[in-house]
Design a protein around this ligand. Sequence first.
Ligand SMILES: Nc1nc2c(ncn2[C@@H]2O[C@H](COP(=O)(O)OP(=O)(O)OP(=O)(O)O)[C@@H](O)[C@H]2O)c(=O)[nH]1
Ligand SMILES: [Mg+2]
Length: 329
Amino acid sequence: MSRFLRGITQGVATVKQGVSPLGFSIRSSSFGARSFHQARINREDADLINELTKIPETYEEEKVVIDKINNYISETDKSNATRLRNIGISAHIDSGKTTFTERVLYYTGRIKAIHDVRGRDGVGAKMDHMDLEREKGITIQSAATYCSWEKDDKDYHFNLIDTPGHIDFTIEVERALRVLDGAVLVVCAVSGVQSQTVTVDRQMRRYNVPRITFVNKMDRMGANPFRAIEQINQKLKTPAAAIQVPIGSESELKGVVNIIDRVALYNEGSQVDLVEEKRALLIETLADVDEEIADIYLEGEEPNVEQIKGAIRRATIARKFTPVLMGSA
Ligand SMILES: Nc1nc2c(ncn2[C@@H]2O[C@H](COP(=O)(O)OP(=O)(O)OP(=O)(O)O)[C@@H](O)[C@H]2O)c(=O)[nH]1
Ligand SMILES: [Mg+2]
């Protein structure tokens, strides 16, 4: 949503010279896939928006402005935007961002075959499209693609941006972050939070980007998603809790159980104890960052599935929490 602010403040900056007694006029300030159509703004609102020379730091500050800006967006633009999101994939080098993006493309039907980054077939990943990227097996340039997902008979559209993890190309990450609505922070289950993860985390904070976390490489020897989650809490100082637990581990990894609905994604193995333990931890973490869950928790009751999902959504958007998923790309 922070793109909204930048877009409108830029819009105001552009029309600032042409102040008329009737107020300001913002003409189609477009950024990314969204655009504002011509809208009249009265002087008081324009003054308020003008005060926003800096990006608000907290979600609460940002929300006031977003609500204000919402008044100037046409209903068509609003409804178009509800099912469209720009999502970035960011993390430290070699954590599997490109592989993750490729799998999303494969399972949403955008590409027909899986080719690994340094696969034996030598084809390489679609997202690493430059010759040098394929030769070295690393991402150099951010690359954008899109995919669609149908849910409840509605089509959702995602623009995905795969960013490089190498510190030398960090400017590419900055460029991508500016247009993101949300991001997936990929963390390796074996090496956990690295110094570059801390850098990426700082960049995401600077651009007010909410994120979910994916603990990748769960099939590798020494994989421990809970240690990685502990590091996100400690090193990144972001309240984080698992919303999935693995079925099996390392080479025996069979799938994951969604601990909110208590549903196994690949129905093998029994993880009942672990599900209950991590579910309790998830609710406890949410109670720290969300008022509704805190009230339910303090009354000694258990929130229902809808309440948990609602709290995860609110706290993630407000950048107070990151839900952690896991698997092997
Ligand atoms: N075992 C295992 N290997 C993986 C997994 N995900 C990625 N890899 C491998 O890890 C290596 C790096 O993967 P990439 O997808 O290129 O990583 P990246 O984060 O895009 O790397 P940069 O863009 O260079 O920062 C490749 O050899 C992948 O095949 C996984 O879940 N399990
Ligand atoms: Mg890559």
